[in-house]
Ligand binder design. Structure first.
Ligand code: CTP
Ligand code: MG
Length: 238
């Protein structure tokens, strides 16, 4: 069985909107619904654990899960302070029947079935896999005075942006998170699940082909971009 964990427990500080960004509407539909619908429709996904802010569970069950007929959502649970606390909470709800788990940010509404399939296949082959894309820009390291560390410009063909979903053998990612927790559960500097895997299992993660359109809606201009991409996709499917 393959389980998806969809994260929607953030506060969306950088979006500077009145509501947390997972609830803001893109073309008339709450952002979090987009990715939920793609996972719902994906034949390889058996069930979904949806993580929301504490206190939002009932509202989300009624206004999102029931209203949009998301029958694969097995549980709506409360997240934690940081992203890794939210993932930790969700992992506690997995059973042995979930052999593989895909962790996805609801802030990436443009996820497609193709990317989900590639991540899942990669996780089955290598134990873990994340979606990624080569960077289009040149990356520089900047020192505290605002100058480039010119000897350290990273080789562009080796620098990748990683996205979600991130897929794992369930027993192994649970083990990584268990070690993290037992060592104090410090969230500083840990921004994705691949880092947990790398740091606590000391293993590399396979990067499979993601999608430039699978952007993370973070700041107000991303919202406009996401709406353009959704409209474009809708027009080209019809
Ligand atoms: N997330 C979560 N629990 C948290 C923090 C984040 O479930 N405590 C989720 C967000 O809902 C989002 C994803 O993790 O789908 C990626 O996080 P990010 O883009 O940073 O979203 P926010 O934390 O909400 O935004 P910001 O950092 O601007 O406050
Ligand atoms: Mg955040």
């Amino acid at each position: 069985m393959n389980t998806a964990i969809i994260l929607a427990a953030g506060s969306g500080r950088r979006m500077e909107a009145d509501t947390p960004k997972q609830y803001i509407e893109l073309l008339g539909k709450p952002m979090m619904v987009y990715s939920l619908e793609v996972f719902q429709a994906c034949p390889q996904i058996d069930d979904i654990i949806l993580v929301v802010a504490e206190g939002d569970e009932e509202y989300v069950q009624k206004e999102i899960v029931d209203a949009y007929h998301l029958g694969k959502v097995r549980k709506v649970i409360a997240g934690g302070k940081e992203r890794c606390d939210s993932v930790w909470n969700a992992l506690q709800h997995l059973t042995e029947r979930s052999a593989y788990v895909l962790i996805h940010d609801s802030a990436r509404p443009m996820i497609s079935e193709g990317v989900i399939e590639r991540v899942l296949t990669g996780a089955k082959e290598h134990g873990s896999a994340v979606a990624g894309e080569p960077l289009k820009d040149t990356v520089k390291l900047r020192n505290s005075r605002g100058f480039t560390l010119d000897t350290l410009t990273l080789p562009r063909n080796a620098v990748w942006m990683v996205q979600t979903p991130q897929g794992f053998r369930t027993d192994l990612i649970c083990e990584a998170y268990r070690i993290w927790k037992s060592e104090g559960g410090n969230t500083r500097g840990i921004t994705d699940d691949a880092m947990m895997w790398e740091i606590y299992l000391n293993r590399p993660v396979k990067i499979v082909e993601g999608d430039y359109a699978n952007l993370k809606v973070t700041t107000p201009e991303d919202r406009l971009l996401a709406e353009c991409l959704i409209r474009y996709r809708q027009e080209n499917l019809d």
